[in-house]
Structures are given as C-alpha cells and as structure tokens.
Design a binder for this molecule. Sequence first.
Ligand SMILES: O=C(O)C(=O)C[C@]1(C(=O)O)C=C[C@@H](O)C=C1
Length: 325
Amino acid sequence: MEAKLLSASSPPSFVVHMGTKFSRSSFVLTSLTREFPVFKLHCSAGLSKKAKKRVDASENLTLKSVRCSLIRQEDSIIFSLLERAQYCYNENTYDPEAFSMDGFHGSLVGRYTSSDEHPFFPDDLPNHVLPHLENPQVLHPIADTININPKVWQMYFKNIIPKLAKEGDDGNCRSTAICDTMCLQALSKRIHYGKYVAECKYRASPDDYEAAIREQVLFMSCIQIKPVAGYGLMINNLQDRDRLMSLLTYPLVEESVKKRVEMKTMTYGQVVKDDAFKDEEGDSVYKIKPSLVADIYGDWIMPLTKEVQVEYLLRRLDLDGSQGN
Ligand SMILES: O=C(O)C(=O)C[C@]1(C(=O)O)C=C[C@@H](O)C=C1
C-alpha cells in the first residue's frame, strides 16, 4: 500500500492515498472539533461495465460460526490498538487547519458495499471501484438501516484514545490517521456483527425472541403514546423491558471473551527482545496494558454489540406480522 500524507485547502484535511493496481484512491481525515475528528471519503474511479457479478458464497450462519468470526476479529482489534498505541495523541492529525493542499479531493478504495461494513459518513460515499461483491441476503433487510458508527466514533475518541495514546505530539500524523482508521473499522465491523449474532439467536428460538420483542415494542409505545394513562401498563412492562436484553446476554461468554482478549493482548503486546526490555523486577513489559483491552471489551465493545442486537431484533419483526428470512 502506498501511503502519503497530503493536505487540502478546501476542505483542509489529512489524506492517506491507497493505490491498487486498479485504481488510485485515498482517504481524508478532517476534524470539526478537536475531540471528535471527522473522516471524509471520496473516490473518483467507476465500475467497469464488463465486470462479472461476484458473489460471496462463503457465509455460514450459525451462532458457532459467527462467534468464531468474533474471535478472529479480536486479533484485528488488538493489533490495530497496539499499532495506534505506539504514537502520541498527535493533535494535528485531527486539526483541519494543520495542513493544506490546493484542490485536493481525497478518496479511499471502495468499501462499505459489503453488509458487514458500515460507513462513518454514509452521505459522502465514493463510487465503487471494484466490481460489487454480492453477499447472500441472510439478514432481514431492515439490517441496512442500522448503523451506530456515530457511537463507535465517540467511544473511540472519547474513551479509548485518551487511555491508549500518550499525551503529546511525536509528529506522526500520517501514521496516526492510518491507525485510527484501522481501529475504527475493526471496531465498527465487530460491533455491527451483532446483527448476525441476533439473527442466529432469533432463528434458534423464534418464539422466545418474538415474545420478548413484542413486549419491548409495546413498552416503548406506552412511553411514547400514553405516558400517564398507560402508567399501570408501563409498570408491568418495566419488568419485561429488559427481557430481550437478558435473553441475548450470556454472562459466561462475556467473561471468557474478556479473559481471552486480555491473554491475547499479553501475548501479542509483549515486548519480546531481550532482558533489557524487562522492568526492574524482571516482569514482562507490554505495549499496552492487557487489562485495558479487556475493559474496552467489557465497557464498550460488548455493550455496543448488544445494542446492535437489540436494534436489529426490535425491527426484525415488522408489526404487520410479516417476517424476514
Ligand atoms: O456470543 C454472543 O452470544 C453474543 O451475543 C456476543 C457477545 C459479545 O459481544 O461478545 C455479546 C453478548 C453476549 O452476552 C455474549 C457475547
């Protein structure tokens, strides 16, 4: 991958070019505020008319296979966090005024066409560069309307970066932008996998889920439509309100996820060179605190994954009674 840090005058921004043999495209990181920088994606190349239809036939939708995918994604998340942790906060990365380049309009190789990728800026998407890869429709079509990336973005810059990156500036704005992109994409993908998890759970126990979904939808309509007259009904449904969440929550699985990511972070993040890299007591030195990643999973990644599951399930039944797949 060719990577260059460029800058634009309109709008001023950070840019990473990613060239492939098919196209030359790039990625722009701009910032509206210091806390919550803004990525912008553009792409100029178009689809070839002769391109063959590409279909992904590899899907295997069972809770076991989806959980295997979540486990594999832990590696991407841990590695991208480890990469990001080597740089300081680097405020300039997020400052649209810090660099400028006349007439630049950046773009990134076509992403977000797959059902397991979610754009951070859906209104500003580039044209596809590569022929579209069709995924089998395994989710209810309502899945396309669920995108909680604004929360992922906020969580990353507000809750993860301050704990992950040292304060200060080491001048590596380009690498910082690339690492942020990798982290955000890995986190977003993992969290939105909640749609697949939810679909598996629904298919395994449709009656239980349907009852819990209907109760929750009823509870929500009570709050919205009859906050006072429906008070008694609300109290009854209050007990049911969390039924959907408790149905899809597996505390033991969550504990083992946290334990596993902590162990993986110890393994992948251990500084392995010679004794010089051990601290005074001779203990191992880690690039990031292993418990930090376990905490990020426990406090953010798994709760947001569950939020996606709830969002999906609430829309999974349409109220006319017709269902998806
Ligand atoms: O594995 C599941 O059943 C999931 O729903 C995924 C997940 C997770 O985010 O890792 C979320 C909720 C469960 O309590 C356990 C794990």
